[in-house]
Ligand binder design. Structure first.
Ligand SMILES: *Cc1c(COP(=O)(O)O)cnc(C)c1O
Length: 448
């Protein structure tokens, strides 16, 4: 049977959108660092009949009947996670990364308690206490920053921790291209008696592969999404380390209760199954190579961008991610570069850079990464080609200036978007991108 044959019959309109999205994924370069291409096996688990079942509770302790096989599925996911991250406890039920993080607050804090995380505009995640997130509304959020050179300001972390005595300290972020100093953070958390939580949403695949240090010996809790470098379905996990259990023997129980009944009802069993499959895939030797290749590719790309005259936050990368600082061309240039690259078939996202002179909506940088391209099989040689193409596109649009006036801005951006449609360099880059993608087929018809 053809892929999505039933869907095609039932809902041709929706089917058409999925086919077009598949074509978009196949013919463009996916460089958003939080995205990846999960395997057909994971997608089969996600698309399975497990979506039919209710199973509130945990394996062996369910509120509904008929869960004997769901228990097997969930235990497989738990055991695989425990083994891969070397932890005594794993909860695989969080619906996604943000609710997983919120569950940590529910487990450890009361409303109004002090917590500490890396500020959003300095690379941190919304859920680490940013003001527009529930985590910034319901808790007293203290935020730390990166230094002028882009590295985490560990002296500030220590100072703020001692001054504010937070219940939780978050380490891990969403736009940071260097290794996280877990050991330094653990000393600080221990000095002030805080729970240290590593949010490794972005880097969990690298940690499994040994391409980034593991937080396990240093932190009490680890949260991660499962759909970024881990290459699984959308979802998340919360793990408790031995260090966490030593600090608080109830910690695993508190986390489980925070997820259910604290925040969620029935787990998404099809998602749990997809996570179990992804974890099995991540335990294979080929995944180690994958994780290391992501970093090699990222470094090769960073070098190429630099040799084309571009400025990078921290001047390079240790992981899968690169932040280009566009301020040498002026402020607020991220939107032009994102849109122009989109037009040329390269997808990445505008992003604030540390001490951004513009705003989060019109930031002065872009963030890009190599996990998805590496899944396609691309290597350092391809990164060099891509680095040149990106530099060419940036060169085409670097002189567009964002007007200060809000109405002017909208008009100006509209005109900009019309103009780039007819830009010959962008058309040329689009052709090169398609040629490159053709050499690294994604989801060939025989596989899905
Ligand atoms: C992506 C991300 C999350 C949130 O994940 P969602 O699944 O999008 O809710 C949390 N923390 C960090 C550091 C992330 O990068």
């Amino acid at each position: 049977m053809e892929w999505l044959e039933n869907l095609k019959q039932t809902d041709p309109e929706l089917y058409d959108s999925i086919q077009k999205e598949l074509e978009r994924q196949r013919t463009g370069l996916e460089m958003i660092p939080s995205e990846n291409f999960t395997s057909p096996a994971v997608m089969e688990a996600m698309g399975s009949i497990l979506t039919n079942k209710y199973s509130e509770g945990y394996p062996g302790k369910r509120y509904y009947g008929g869960n004997q096989f769901i228990d097997v599925v969930e235990r497989l996911a738990q055991e695989r996670a425990k083994k891969l991250f070397n932890v005594p406890h794993a909860n695989v039920q969080p619906y996604s990364g943000s609710p997983a993080n919120f569950a940590v607050y529910v487990a450890l804090c009361k409303a109004g308690d002090t917590i500490m995380g890396q500020e959003l505009t300095h690379g941190g995640h919304l859920t680490h206490g940013w003001k527009t997130s529930a985590t910034g509304m319901f808790f007293n959020s203290v935020q730390y920053h990166v230094k002028q050179d882009g590295y985490i300001d560990i002296d500030e972390v220590r100072k703020l921790a001692h001054e504010n005595k937070p219940k939780i300290i978050w380490v891990g972020s969403t736009a940071y291209s260097r290794e996280f100093p877990f050991e330094e953070f653990s000393k600080i958390a221990d000095e002030v008696g805080a729970y240290l939580v590593a949010d490794i949403a972005h880097i969990s695949g690298l940690v499994i592969a040994g391409a980034h240090a593991s937080p396990t010996p240093y932190v009490h809790i680890i949260t991660t999404t499962t759909h970024k470098t881990l290459r699984g379905p959308r979802g998340a996990m919360i793990m408790v380390t031995q260090k966490g259990l030593d600090k608080d023997p109830e910690l695993a129980d508190k986390i489980d209760k925070a997820i259910f009944p604290g925040l969620q009802g029935g787990p998404h069993d099809h998602q749990t199954a997809g996570i179990a499959v992804a974890l099995l895939e991540a335990s294979k030797p080929s995944f180690k190579n994958y994780g290391h290749q992501i970093v090699k590719n990222s470094r090769a790309l960073a070098e190429e961008l630099k040799s084309n005259g571009l400025k990078l936050v921290t001047n390079g990368t240790d992981n899968h991610m690169i932040l280009i600082d566009l301020t040498p061309f002026g402020k607020g240039k991220g939107v032009f570069v994102q849109d122009a690259l989109d037009e040329a078939g390269i997808t990445l996202n505008k992003n604030t850079i540390p001490n951004d002179p513009s705003s989060p909506f019109y930031p002065s940088g872009v963030r890009l990464g190599t996990p998805a391209l590496t899944t396609r099989g691309m290597l350092e040689d391809e990164m060099k080609i891509i680095g040149k193409l990106i530099s060419q596109v940036i060169n085409e649009v670097k002189n567009y200036e964002l007007p200060g006036d809000k109405d002017e801005r909208i008009k100006y951006l509209k005109k900009f978007r019309e103009e780039i449609k007819n830009n010959l360099v962008l058309k040329y880059v689009r052709k090169q991108v398609e040629e490159l993608c053709g050499r690294f087929p994604l989801y060939p018809a025989s596989s899905i």
